[in-house]
Design a protein around this ligand. Structure first.
Ligand SMILES: C=CC1=C(C)c2cc3[nH]c(cc4nc(cc5[nH]c(cc1n2)c(C)c5CCC(=O)O)C(CCC(=O)O)=C4C)c(C)c3C=C
Ligand code: FE2
Length: 421
């Protein structure tokens, strides 16, 4: 669908359900998956991902290639201003994900003496599968906005983990917006315009750009590679497994009891900015690298096995009597069989943020995981990794945040009424 046609649909007030269906390029309408990593083409670059539905877009949506993630603090003390902003953000996000301007005629329609309601840099660009996902941090539920009784039980500060080197300026936040798209300018435009609309109500606390996905979240996608050159996302939860998503990703009605009912059908987002010391890694041998991950670098198969998607055989023993997949390898420690069946949905991105002033690239993985309960899933998993992972020789966690992401919106509903109702 041409960007101009999408704009016409929205200008006519047809609503997103119509716009998404009319787009004809929705994920739901894509051809059946060719099988895990079968090399099926990735997303059409001009696709439109439906904004409304049972769950927010940007969680099980096939991971787009680019990310702009922003954490914000609320600077007003007036709950009504916050509610109104969430409502206005819904309208703008819905429009932008359909390839339209943040507001009708936003770029030049206000005339020469008006301040434009859209900054314009995405004017001639396709929607590029843009998704805008919102999340609320623990601090939003303090005394400021009367939301205390609505705080979900598992929305509290994460514990410190061994080896953490967290920068407070890259951690926490009252709110987050995750914008993902297959065009970096489209993702940046979305965040920029939402932040612009929030002037006086919210202020940016920190943000992160990601230049390449490090996970596949659909069997239709090829597995990408991270900055260590390894395939990442092979054993991830996938959109085509709704039973596993219900078990590991979506918060159910009982967990979102009482005032936290707004979170039923939502999910928790864990963000960790992980610096990867690539200069050290690049001086290590291939065997050391593979023993660190527990997988073959080229094919992605578990060590001693042939196929990328084979289940790792953690009991296999090499000729020297040692486990074929080292017990301190990343894959062995993160495997559900060593974590009481715990699994997570990973949706992270590669980043390089220039250099650190000491001749090293400030590069790494902006880890994002969606889970049903961070304290039953992410925390025990990260504790196991922090304790023993051979990967710790090469990485350092420098930022951390937790957000509760509400479920998707029904027709006529918006983020403000959903949270404050
Ligand atoms: C707390 C959770 C995890 C963190 C933090 C994490 C960081 C991290 N991971 C890689 C690279 C790879 N991870 C892989 C698998 C994998 N990782 C986690 C969890 C965390 N990773 C899980 C649950 C799994 C799957 C385990 C399994 O069931 O087999 C892999 C292998 C390929 C794959 O399955 O995706 C790689 C490679 C890096 C570089 C990193 C921090 C920078
Ligand atoms: Fe990992």
């Amino acid at each position: 669908m041409e960007a101009s046609s999408r704009r016409a649909v929205l200008a006519a007030g047809a609503g997103t359900a119509v716009a998404g269906a009319a787009a004809g390029l929705t994920w739901a309408s894509r051809p059946a998956a060719a099988g895990p990593g079968a090399g099926a083409p990735d997303a059409p670059a001009d696709g439109v991902v439906p904004f409304r539905g049972a769950h927010q877009a940007g969680i099980t949506t096939p991971a787009q290639d680019r990310l702009h993630f922003v954490a914000l603090d609320v600077v007003t003390s007036d709950p009504e201003e916050l509610r109104a902003l969430l409502t206005a953000w819904t309208r703008a996000a819905e429009r932008m994900t359909a390839g339209a301007e943040a507001a009708p005629g936003g770029t030049v329609g206000g005339g020469p003496y008006g301040v434009p309601e859209d900054t314009g840099e995405a004017l001639d660009l396709a929607a590029a599968n843009l998704t805008v996902t919102i999340g609320y941090g623990p601090s939003l539920f303090d005394e400021r906005f009367g939301l205390g009784a609505r705080r979900p039980g598992a929305l509290r500060e994460l514990p410190a983990f061994a080896g953490d080197d967290l920068d407070p300026a890259r951690s926490g936040g009252d709110l987050c917006i995750q914008a993902c798209a297959d065009d970096p300018q489209v993702a940046v435009h979305a965040v920029r315009n939402l932040v612009r609309m929030g002037f006086g109500v919210v202020a940016v606390r920190w943000s992160q750009l990601g230049f390449g996905r490090t996970s596949s979240t659909s069997t239709s996608q090829v597995t990408p590679r991270n900055m260590f050159g390894f395939k990442d996302g092979t054993a991830n939860l996938k959109a085509e497994d709704p039973v596993a998503l219900d078990e590991h990703v979506w918060v159910d009605g009982a967990e979102a009891a009482g005032g936290a009912g707004w979170l039923a059908g939502g999910s928790y987002l864990v963000a960790r900015r992980i610096r990867m010391h690539i200069e050290v890694w690049d001086r290590s041998t291939l065997q050391d690298q593979q023993d660190t991950i527990g997988r073959d670098k080229k094919v992605g198969a578990p060590l001693g096995q042939r196929d990328e998607f084979e289940e790792p055989d953690l009991a296999a023993v090499a000729a020297d009597g040692q486990p074929r997949i080292p017990v301190d390898s990343h894959v062995a420690l993160a495997h559900p069989s060593n974590l009481d069946g715990v699994r997570i949905l990973r949706r992270g991105y590669n980043f390089t943020d220039g250099s650190d002033g000491q001749g090293h690239l400030d590069a790494g993985l902006f880890f994002i995981a969606f889970v049903r309960d961070p304290f039953r899933q992410f925390v025990p998993m990260q504790q196991a990794l922090a304790r023993a992972d051979k990967l710790n020789e090469y990485i350092e966690h420098t930022g951390s945040a937790l957000f509760a992401c509400p479920p998707g919106l029904r027709d006529g509903q918006d983020w403000g009424t959903q949270l404050f109702a």
